[in-house]
Design a protein around this ligand. Structure first.
Ligand code: FAD
Ligand code: UQ1
Length: 414
Protein backbone atom coordinates (compact mmCIF):
# COMPACT_ATOMS: atom_id res chain seq x y z
CA UNK A 1 0.00 0.00 0.00
CA UNK A 2 1.26 3.39 -1.01
CA UNK A 3 -0.16 6.80 -0.33
CA UNK A 4 0.58 10.33 -1.43
CA UNK A 5 -0.79 13.82 -1.46
CA UNK A 6 -0.84 14.10 -5.26
CA UNK A 7 -1.13 11.16 -7.62
CA UNK A 8 -0.52 11.80 -11.33
CA UNK A 9 -1.66 9.19 -13.83
CA UNK A 10 0.45 9.36 -17.00
CA UNK A 11 3.91 10.92 -17.41
CA UNK A 12 3.32 12.39 -20.87
CA UNK A 13 3.08 16.09 -21.73
CA UNK A 14 0.34 16.86 -19.20
CA UNK A 15 1.36 14.52 -16.37
CA UNK A 16 5.02 15.47 -16.46
CA UNK A 17 4.36 19.25 -16.57
CA UNK A 18 1.88 19.11 -13.71
CA UNK A 19 4.12 16.89 -11.57
CA UNK A 20 6.98 19.33 -12.17
CA UNK A 21 4.88 22.35 -11.17
CA UNK A 22 3.83 20.72 -7.90
CA UNK A 23 7.18 19.02 -7.16
CA UNK A 24 8.75 22.38 -6.44
CA UNK A 25 5.87 23.39 -4.21
CA UNK A 26 4.97 20.26 -2.25
CA UNK A 27 8.50 19.02 -1.59
CA UNK A 28 9.82 15.47 -1.28
CA UNK A 29 7.78 12.24 -1.34
CA UNK A 30 4.44 13.95 -1.83
CA UNK A 31 3.91 13.05 -5.49
CA UNK A 32 3.61 9.70 -7.23
CA UNK A 33 3.50 9.37 -11.03
CA UNK A 34 2.34 6.13 -12.66
CA UNK A 35 3.37 5.39 -16.26
CA UNK A 36 4.65 2.14 -17.82
CA UNK A 37 6.57 3.79 -20.67
CA UNK A 38 10.39 3.57 -20.78
CA UNK A 39 10.65 6.69 -22.85
CA UNK A 40 8.87 10.04 -23.05
CA UNK A 41 8.27 11.07 -26.68
CA UNK A 42 8.00 14.62 -27.93
CA UNK A 43 5.18 13.58 -30.26
CA UNK A 44 5.01 16.81 -32.31
CA UNK A 45 8.40 15.81 -33.77
CA UNK A 46 6.92 12.67 -35.34
CA UNK A 47 5.52 14.73 -38.23
CA UNK A 48 9.01 16.04 -39.03
CA UNK A 49 10.56 12.56 -38.78
CA UNK A 50 8.02 11.37 -41.36
CA UNK A 51 9.32 14.07 -43.70
CA UNK A 52 12.98 13.23 -43.09
CA UNK A 53 13.50 16.60 -41.37
CA UNK A 54 14.35 15.10 -37.94
CA UNK A 55 15.48 11.70 -36.69
CA UNK A 56 13.57 9.33 -34.43
CA UNK A 57 16.40 9.19 -31.91
CA UNK A 58 15.99 12.94 -31.25
CA UNK A 59 12.31 12.69 -30.35
CA UNK A 60 12.46 10.90 -27.01
CA UNK A 61 14.26 10.82 -23.68
CA UNK A 62 14.27 8.21 -20.90
CA UNK A 63 11.17 8.67 -18.75
CA UNK A 64 13.21 8.94 -15.54
CA UNK A 65 15.22 11.83 -16.99
CA UNK A 66 12.16 14.02 -17.60
CA UNK A 67 10.08 13.34 -14.48
CA UNK A 68 10.84 15.63 -11.52
CA UNK A 69 13.50 14.34 -9.10
CA UNK A 70 11.55 14.67 -5.91
CA UNK A 71 8.54 12.73 -7.19
CA UNK A 72 8.26 8.92 -7.13
CA UNK A 73 7.83 7.20 -10.48
CA UNK A 74 5.99 3.87 -10.48
CA UNK A 75 6.71 2.14 -13.76
CA UNK A 76 3.41 0.36 -14.11
CA UNK A 77 0.05 0.58 -15.86
CA UNK A 78 -3.03 1.97 -14.11
CA UNK A 79 -5.58 -0.87 -14.07
CA UNK A 80 -8.39 0.61 -11.98
CA UNK A 81 -9.39 3.99 -10.55
CA UNK A 82 -11.70 4.04 -7.51
CA UNK A 83 -12.74 7.70 -7.21
CA UNK A 84 -15.00 7.07 -4.21
CA UNK A 85 -12.25 5.52 -2.07
CA UNK A 86 -9.62 7.84 -3.64
CA UNK A 87 -7.51 4.87 -4.60
CA UNK A 88 -5.83 3.51 -7.72
CA UNK A 89 -4.78 -0.08 -8.46
CA UNK A 90 -1.96 -0.87 -10.88
CA UNK A 91 -1.58 -3.87 -13.18
CA UNK A 92 1.10 -5.34 -10.89
CA UNK A 93 -1.30 -5.02 -7.97
CA UNK A 94 0.02 -1.94 -6.15
CA UNK A 95 -2.67 0.07 -4.37
CA UNK A 96 -2.08 3.78 -4.18
CA UNK A 97 -4.30 6.11 -2.19
CA UNK A 98 -4.27 9.83 -2.83
CA UNK A 99 -5.58 13.12 -1.51
CA UNK A 100 -5.67 14.65 -4.98
CA UNK A 101 -5.58 13.00 -8.40
CA UNK A 102 -4.58 14.37 -11.80
CA UNK A 103 -5.55 12.19 -14.77
CA UNK A 104 -3.30 12.69 -17.80
CA UNK A 105 -3.53 9.36 -19.63
CA UNK A 106 -3.64 10.61 -23.23
CA UNK A 107 -5.38 8.73 -26.05
CA UNK A 108 -5.18 5.10 -27.20
CA UNK A 109 -4.28 4.36 -30.83
CA UNK A 110 -6.37 1.67 -32.52
CA UNK A 111 -4.58 0.49 -35.66
CA UNK A 112 -6.30 -2.90 -35.19
CA UNK A 113 -9.72 -1.38 -35.93
CA UNK A 114 -8.94 -1.12 -39.65
CA UNK A 115 -8.94 -4.47 -41.39
CA UNK A 116 -5.57 -5.42 -42.88
CA UNK A 117 -3.78 -2.38 -41.46
CA UNK A 118 -1.49 -4.00 -38.87
CA UNK A 119 -0.38 -6.61 -41.40
CA UNK A 120 0.35 -3.87 -43.93
CA UNK A 121 2.33 -1.90 -41.34
CA UNK A 122 4.37 -5.01 -40.53
CA UNK A 123 5.42 -5.80 -44.12
CA UNK A 124 8.58 -4.33 -45.61
CA UNK A 125 8.02 -2.00 -48.57
CA UNK A 126 4.23 -2.24 -48.42
CA UNK A 127 3.86 1.50 -48.99
CA UNK A 128 1.77 1.78 -45.81
CA UNK A 129 3.06 4.08 -43.07
CA UNK A 130 1.93 6.18 -40.10
CA UNK A 131 3.49 9.16 -38.33
CA UNK A 132 1.31 8.54 -35.28
CA UNK A 133 3.45 5.83 -33.67
CA UNK A 134 7.21 5.77 -33.04
CA UNK A 135 6.96 2.13 -34.18
CA UNK A 136 5.82 3.09 -37.67
CA UNK A 137 6.98 6.66 -38.24
CA UNK A 138 10.25 5.78 -40.00
CA UNK A 139 8.24 3.95 -42.67
CA UNK A 140 6.89 7.30 -43.88
CA UNK A 141 10.17 8.77 -45.06
CA UNK A 142 11.27 5.34 -46.34
CA UNK A 143 8.12 5.12 -48.42
CA UNK A 144 8.51 8.69 -49.67
CA UNK A 145 12.13 8.25 -50.70
CA UNK A 146 11.32 5.02 -52.57
CA UNK A 147 8.21 6.47 -54.24
CA UNK A 148 8.30 6.28 -58.03
CA UNK A 149 4.78 6.80 -59.31
CA UNK A 150 1.10 6.26 -58.51
CA UNK A 151 -1.30 7.43 -55.82
CA UNK A 152 -0.19 8.81 -52.47
CA UNK A 153 -3.18 8.67 -50.10
CA UNK A 154 -3.46 10.35 -46.67
CA UNK A 155 -6.25 9.50 -44.21
CA UNK A 156 -8.04 11.05 -41.21
CA UNK A 157 -10.22 8.63 -39.14
CA UNK A 158 -13.79 8.93 -37.90
CA UNK A 159 -12.86 9.67 -34.25
CA UNK A 160 -11.38 12.66 -32.45
CA UNK A 161 -7.57 12.52 -32.74
CA UNK A 162 -4.58 14.26 -31.22
CA UNK A 163 -3.26 17.14 -33.30
CA UNK A 164 -6.03 17.35 -35.87
CA UNK A 165 -3.65 19.07 -38.27
CA UNK A 166 -1.02 16.30 -38.30
CA UNK A 167 -2.62 14.13 -41.04
CA UNK A 168 -2.71 17.17 -43.33
CA UNK A 169 0.88 18.11 -42.46
CA UNK A 170 1.98 14.62 -43.55
CA UNK A 171 0.20 15.23 -46.86
CA UNK A 172 1.71 18.69 -47.50
CA UNK A 173 5.24 17.63 -46.58
CA UNK A 174 4.99 14.58 -48.86
CA UNK A 175 3.56 16.68 -51.70
CA UNK A 176 6.49 19.08 -51.44
CA UNK A 177 8.96 16.18 -51.29
CA UNK A 178 7.55 14.61 -54.47
CA UNK A 179 7.51 17.99 -56.22
CA UNK A 180 11.14 18.71 -55.22
CA UNK A 181 12.28 15.32 -56.45
CA UNK A 182 10.56 15.52 -59.84
CA UNK A 183 7.96 12.87 -59.06
CA UNK A 184 4.90 15.08 -59.00
CA UNK A 185 4.00 14.47 -62.66
CA UNK A 186 3.86 10.71 -62.14
CA UNK A 187 1.82 10.90 -58.95
CA UNK A 188 -1.63 11.83 -57.74
CA UNK A 189 -2.16 12.99 -54.15
CA UNK A 190 -5.33 12.36 -52.14
CA UNK A 191 -6.29 13.70 -48.71
CA UNK A 192 -9.28 11.76 -47.41
CA UNK A 193 -10.87 12.86 -44.15
CA UNK A 194 -13.90 11.64 -42.22
CA UNK A 195 -14.57 15.26 -41.20
CA UNK A 196 -16.95 17.57 -43.08
CA UNK A 197 -14.20 20.18 -43.64
CA UNK A 198 -10.43 20.30 -44.02
CA UNK A 199 -9.95 22.19 -40.72
CA UNK A 200 -12.35 23.24 -37.95
CA UNK A 201 -11.45 26.95 -38.05
CA UNK A 202 -12.66 28.80 -41.15
CA UNK A 203 -9.89 31.42 -40.96
CA UNK A 204 -7.32 28.66 -41.66
CA UNK A 205 -9.54 26.21 -43.58
CA UNK A 206 -10.05 28.66 -46.47
CA UNK A 207 -6.29 29.08 -46.88
CA UNK A 208 -5.64 25.34 -46.59
CA UNK A 209 -8.22 24.54 -49.27
CA UNK A 210 -6.62 27.12 -51.54
CA UNK A 211 -3.20 25.51 -51.02
CA UNK A 212 -4.62 22.06 -51.81
CA UNK A 213 -6.04 23.43 -55.04
CA UNK A 214 -2.74 25.10 -56.01
CA UNK A 215 -0.81 21.90 -55.24
CA UNK A 216 -3.27 19.61 -56.96
CA UNK A 217 -4.17 17.70 -53.80
CA UNK A 218 -7.51 15.94 -54.23
CA UNK A 219 -9.50 16.53 -51.01
CA UNK A 220 -12.22 13.99 -50.13
CA UNK A 221 -14.52 14.91 -47.23
CA UNK A 222 -16.58 12.45 -45.11
CA UNK A 223 -14.50 9.50 -46.34
CA UNK A 224 -13.32 6.88 -43.84
CA UNK A 225 -10.66 4.23 -44.41
CA UNK A 226 -12.18 0.83 -43.56
CA UNK A 227 -9.79 -1.72 -45.07
CA UNK A 228 -6.27 -2.05 -46.44
CA UNK A 229 -5.44 -4.85 -48.90
CA UNK A 230 -1.66 -5.08 -48.95
CA UNK A 231 -1.49 -7.80 -51.63
CA UNK A 232 -3.22 -5.68 -54.26
CA UNK A 233 -2.13 -2.36 -52.65
CA UNK A 234 -5.71 -1.17 -52.43
CA UNK A 235 -7.46 0.89 -49.75
CA UNK A 236 -11.22 0.78 -49.20
CA UNK A 237 -13.03 3.97 -48.16
CA UNK A 238 -16.58 4.32 -46.89
CA UNK A 239 -18.59 7.45 -47.74
CA UNK A 240 -20.03 8.50 -44.38
CA UNK A 241 -22.99 10.35 -45.93
CA UNK A 242 -24.13 7.69 -48.39
CA UNK A 243 -25.12 4.28 -46.93
CA UNK A 244 -23.30 1.26 -48.44
CA UNK A 245 -21.11 3.44 -50.64
CA UNK A 246 -17.61 1.93 -50.52
CA UNK A 247 -14.87 2.76 -53.00
CA UNK A 248 -11.47 1.21 -53.58
CA UNK A 249 -8.38 3.14 -54.54
CA UNK A 250 -4.97 1.77 -55.49
CA UNK A 251 -2.01 3.28 -53.68
CA UNK A 252 1.76 3.40 -53.93
CA UNK A 253 1.87 5.24 -50.60
CA UNK A 254 -0.80 5.13 -47.88
CA UNK A 255 -0.32 7.28 -44.78
CA UNK A 256 -2.79 6.23 -42.10
CA UNK A 257 -3.94 8.15 -39.04
CA UNK A 258 -5.49 5.46 -36.82
CA UNK A 259 -8.81 5.70 -34.98
CA UNK A 260 -8.24 6.80 -31.36
CA UNK A 261 -10.17 6.43 -28.12
CA UNK A 262 -9.98 7.52 -24.50
CA UNK A 263 -8.07 5.06 -22.26
CA UNK A 264 -9.92 1.88 -21.27
CA UNK A 265 -9.28 2.53 -17.56
CA UNK A 266 -11.37 5.74 -17.73
CA UNK A 267 -14.11 4.09 -19.80
CA UNK A 268 -14.40 1.34 -17.15
CA UNK A 269 -15.44 3.63 -14.30
CA UNK A 270 -18.89 5.15 -15.05
CA UNK A 271 -18.70 8.17 -12.74
CA UNK A 272 -15.43 9.28 -14.35
CA UNK A 273 -16.42 9.75 -17.99
CA UNK A 274 -18.82 11.47 -20.40
CA UNK A 275 -20.99 9.44 -22.84
CA UNK A 276 -18.02 9.15 -25.24
CA UNK A 277 -15.68 7.80 -22.54
CA UNK A 278 -13.57 10.94 -21.99
CA UNK A 279 -12.75 12.16 -18.48
CA UNK A 280 -15.62 14.47 -17.55
CA UNK A 281 -14.16 17.76 -16.32
CA UNK A 282 -15.36 21.36 -16.19
CA UNK A 283 -14.25 23.11 -19.38
CA UNK A 284 -13.17 26.22 -17.49
CA UNK A 285 -11.73 25.01 -14.17
CA UNK A 286 -10.56 21.50 -15.28
CA UNK A 287 -11.98 20.04 -12.04
CA UNK A 288 -13.83 16.73 -12.36
CA UNK A 289 -17.62 17.12 -12.59
CA UNK A 290 -18.35 14.40 -9.99
CA UNK A 291 -15.20 14.19 -7.86
CA UNK A 292 -13.82 17.51 -6.56
CA UNK A 293 -10.40 16.04 -5.63
CA UNK A 294 -9.81 14.93 -9.24
CA UNK A 295 -8.56 17.13 -12.09
CA UNK A 296 -7.86 16.24 -15.70
CA UNK A 297 -5.54 17.53 -18.39
CA UNK A 298 -4.87 16.84 -22.04
CA UNK A 299 -6.03 14.36 -24.62
CA UNK A 300 -7.97 12.00 -22.29
CA UNK A 301 -10.40 14.75 -21.23
CA UNK A 302 -13.74 15.88 -22.69
CA UNK A 303 -12.53 19.48 -23.17
CA UNK A 304 -14.18 20.60 -26.42
CA UNK A 305 -11.01 21.84 -28.07
CA UNK A 306 -8.38 20.40 -30.39
CA UNK A 307 -6.09 17.96 -28.55
CA UNK A 308 -2.52 19.32 -28.64
CA UNK A 309 0.56 19.81 -26.45
CA UNK A 310 0.01 23.55 -26.88
CA UNK A 311 -3.45 23.14 -25.34
CA UNK A 312 -1.92 21.06 -22.52
CA UNK A 313 0.54 23.90 -21.80
CA UNK A 314 -2.30 26.42 -21.44
CA UNK A 315 -4.33 23.96 -19.34
CA UNK A 316 -1.38 23.27 -17.02
CA UNK A 317 -1.35 26.84 -15.72
CA UNK A 318 -5.08 26.81 -14.97
CA UNK A 319 -4.93 23.37 -13.36
CA UNK A 320 -2.01 24.42 -11.18
CA UNK A 321 -3.80 27.59 -9.97
CA UNK A 322 -7.05 25.78 -9.22
CA UNK A 323 -5.65 22.65 -7.59
CA UNK A 324 -3.38 24.79 -5.42
CA UNK A 325 -6.42 26.71 -4.20
CA UNK A 326 -8.36 23.50 -3.56
CA UNK A 327 -5.43 22.19 -1.50
CA UNK A 328 -5.57 25.42 0.53
CA UNK A 329 -9.37 25.40 0.89
CA UNK A 330 -9.72 28.52 -1.22
CA UNK A 331 -12.27 29.15 -3.98
CA UNK A 332 -11.09 28.52 -7.54
CA UNK A 333 -11.21 31.17 -10.22
CA UNK A 334 -8.71 30.39 -12.97
CA UNK A 335 -10.47 29.52 -16.26
CA UNK A 336 -9.20 27.81 -19.41
CA UNK A 337 -10.39 29.51 -22.63
CA UNK A 338 -9.85 26.48 -24.89
CA UNK A 339 -6.56 27.83 -26.30
CA UNK A 340 -4.95 25.37 -28.68
CA UNK A 341 -2.41 25.65 -31.43
CA UNK A 342 -1.47 23.64 -34.46
CA UNK A 343 1.67 24.49 -36.42
CA UNK A 344 0.46 23.43 -39.88
CA UNK A 345 3.68 22.65 -41.71
CA UNK A 346 2.83 23.13 -45.38
CA UNK A 347 6.21 22.17 -46.88
CA UNK A 348 9.96 22.33 -46.29
CA UNK A 349 10.34 25.89 -44.96
CA UNK A 350 6.72 26.96 -44.57
CA UNK A 351 4.15 26.81 -41.79
CA UNK A 352 0.72 28.25 -40.99
CA UNK A 353 0.61 28.74 -37.22
CA UNK A 354 -3.03 28.11 -36.29
CA UNK A 355 -4.02 29.26 -32.80
CA UNK A 356 -7.62 29.39 -31.62
CA UNK A 357 -10.03 28.97 -28.68
CA UNK A 358 -13.25 27.15 -27.70
CA UNK A 359 -15.28 29.38 -30.06
CA UNK A 360 -12.99 28.46 -32.99
CA UNK A 361 -11.90 32.10 -33.13
CA UNK A 362 -8.24 32.80 -33.99
CA UNK A 363 -6.18 33.72 -30.90
CA UNK A 364 -2.87 34.52 -32.55
CA UNK A 365 0.30 35.29 -30.60
CA UNK A 366 2.21 37.27 -33.21
CA UNK A 367 1.19 40.57 -34.83
CA UNK A 368 1.26 39.03 -38.34
CA UNK A 369 -1.51 37.22 -40.23
CA UNK A 370 -0.74 33.68 -39.16
CA UNK A 371 -3.16 32.21 -41.72
CA UNK A 372 -0.39 32.85 -44.29
CA UNK A 373 2.61 30.58 -44.70
CA UNK A 374 5.72 31.86 -42.90
CA UNK A 375 9.32 30.62 -42.76
CA UNK A 376 9.61 32.08 -39.23
CA UNK A 377 6.77 29.85 -38.01
CA UNK A 378 8.45 26.81 -39.61
CA UNK A 379 11.69 27.55 -37.78
CA UNK A 380 9.77 28.00 -34.56
CA UNK A 381 8.05 24.64 -35.00
CA UNK A 382 11.24 22.84 -36.03
CA UNK A 383 13.89 24.37 -33.78
CA UNK A 384 12.32 26.42 -31.00
CA UNK A 385 9.37 24.27 -29.89
CA UNK A 386 11.43 21.18 -28.97
CA UNK A 387 13.64 23.34 -26.72
CA UNK A 388 10.62 25.04 -25.19
CA UNK A 389 9.09 21.61 -24.57
CA UNK A 390 12.04 19.82 -22.97
CA UNK A 391 13.46 22.73 -20.99
CA UNK A 392 10.43 24.82 -20.02
CA UNK A 393 7.16 22.93 -20.39
CA UNK A 394 8.24 19.58 -18.89
CA UNK A 395 9.89 21.43 -16.01
CA UNK A 396 6.68 23.25 -15.22
CA UNK A 397 7.67 26.68 -16.54
CA UNK A 398 5.43 27.10 -19.59
CA UNK A 399 1.73 27.89 -19.44
CA UNK A 400 1.33 28.67 -23.12
CA UNK A 401 1.91 31.92 -25.00
CA UNK A 402 -1.02 33.86 -23.45
CA UNK A 403 1.22 36.41 -21.73
CA UNK A 404 3.43 36.89 -24.82
CA UNK A 405 0.29 37.46 -26.90
CA UNK A 406 -0.94 40.15 -24.53
CA UNK A 407 2.42 41.91 -24.54
CA UNK A 408 2.78 41.76 -28.34
CA UNK A 409 -0.73 43.11 -28.76
CA UNK A 410 0.02 45.85 -26.19
CA UNK A 411 -3.01 44.97 -24.13
CA UNK A 412 -5.38 45.55 -27.05
CA UNK A 413 -7.71 43.00 -28.55
CA UNK A 414 -7.80 39.41 -27.39
P1 FAD B 1 0.48 11.98 -23.76
O1 FAD B 1 1.58 12.98 -23.87
O2 FAD B 1 0.18 11.12 -24.90
O3 FAD B 1 0.76 11.14 -22.45
C1 FAD B 1 -0.02 10.07 -22.00
C2 FAD B 1 0.84 9.20 -21.08
O4 FAD B 1 -0.02 8.28 -20.39
C3 FAD B 1 1.85 8.36 -21.84
O5 FAD B 1 3.15 8.57 -21.32
C4 FAD B 1 1.38 6.92 -21.63
O6 FAD B 1 2.46 5.99 -21.52
C5 FAD B 1 0.62 7.02 -20.33
N1 FAD B 1 -0.41 6.00 -20.16
C6 FAD B 1 -1.35 5.60 -21.04
N2 FAD B 1 -2.14 4.66 -20.50
C7 FAD B 1 -1.71 4.47 -19.23
C8 FAD B 1 -2.14 3.66 -18.15
N3 FAD B 1 -3.18 2.84 -18.24
N4 FAD B 1 -1.46 3.74 -16.98
C9 FAD B 1 -0.41 4.59 -16.85
N5 FAD B 1 0.03 5.39 -17.84
C10 FAD B 1 -0.60 5.33 -19.01
N6 FAD B 1 0.75 18.90 -30.29
C11 FAD B 1 1.14 20.20 -30.50
O7 FAD B 1 0.95 21.04 -29.64
N7 FAD B 1 1.74 20.59 -31.65
C12 FAD B 1 2.01 19.70 -32.63
O8 FAD B 1 2.57 20.08 -33.66
C13 FAD B 1 1.63 18.33 -32.46
N8 FAD B 1 1.87 17.41 -33.42
C14 FAD B 1 1.59 16.09 -33.18
C15 FAD B 1 1.91 15.16 -34.15
C16 FAD B 1 1.70 13.80 -33.94
C17 FAD B 1 2.04 12.82 -35.02
C18 FAD B 1 1.17 13.37 -32.69
C19 FAD B 1 0.98 11.91 -32.41
C20 FAD B 1 0.82 14.30 -31.72
C21 FAD B 1 1.02 15.67 -31.95
N9 FAD B 1 0.67 16.64 -31.01
C22 FAD B 1 1.01 17.96 -31.23
C23 FAD B 1 -0.21 16.28 -29.87
C24 FAD B 1 0.49 16.16 -28.54
O9 FAD B 1 1.60 15.30 -28.64
C25 FAD B 1 -0.51 15.63 -27.52
O10 FAD B 1 -1.70 16.40 -27.59
C26 FAD B 1 0.04 15.70 -26.11
O11 FAD B 1 1.19 14.89 -26.00
C27 FAD B 1 -1.03 15.28 -25.11
O12 FAD B 1 -0.51 15.17 -23.83
P2 FAD B 1 -1.17 14.17 -22.78
O13 FAD B 1 -0.39 14.33 -21.52
O14 FAD B 1 -2.63 14.34 -22.75
O15 FAD B 1 -0.93 12.71 -23.40
C1 UQ1 C 1 3.04 25.53 -27.59
O1 UQ1 C 1 2.92 26.17 -26.54
C2 UQ1 C 1 3.46 24.18 -27.54
O2 UQ1 C 1 3.73 23.60 -26.34
C3 UQ1 C 1 5.04 23.53 -25.97
C4 UQ1 C 1 3.54 23.44 -28.71
O3 UQ1 C 1 3.81 22.12 -28.61
C5 UQ1 C 1 4.90 21.63 -29.16
C6 UQ1 C 1 3.27 24.04 -29.99
O4 UQ1 C 1 3.37 23.37 -31.03
C7 UQ1 C 1 2.89 25.43 -30.03
C8 UQ1 C 1 2.65 26.05 -31.36
C9 UQ1 C 1 2.76 26.16 -28.85
C10 UQ1 C 1 2.29 27.58 -28.88
C11 UQ1 C 1 3.40 28.56 -28.71
C12 UQ1 C 1 3.60 29.65 -29.45
C13 UQ1 C 1 4.74 30.53 -29.12
C14 UQ1 C 1 2.76 29.99 -30.63
Amino acid sequence: FLSCKLLVLGGGSGGCSIAAKFAGKLGKNQIIIVDPADRHYYQPMLTLIGGGIKQLKDSSRPMESVLPNNATWIKDTVAHIDPVKSKVITKEGDQISYDYLVVALGLELHYEKIKGLIDSLSMANSGVCSNYSPQYVERTYNTLSNFKSGNAVFTFPNTPIKCGGAPLKACFISEHYLRKHGKKASSRIYYKTALPSIFAVKHYADKLMQLCQERDIDVGLREELVEVKPDSKEAVFKNLDVPNDERTIEYSMLHVTPPMSPPEVIKCEPSLHDPMGYLKIDKGTLQHENHPNIFGIGDCTNLPTSKTAAAVAAQSGVLYDNLTNIMNNKPISSKYDGYTSCPLVTGFGSCIMAEFDYDLQPLETFPIDQSNEHLSMYIMKKDLMPQLYWHAMLRGYWRGPGLIRKILHLGMGR
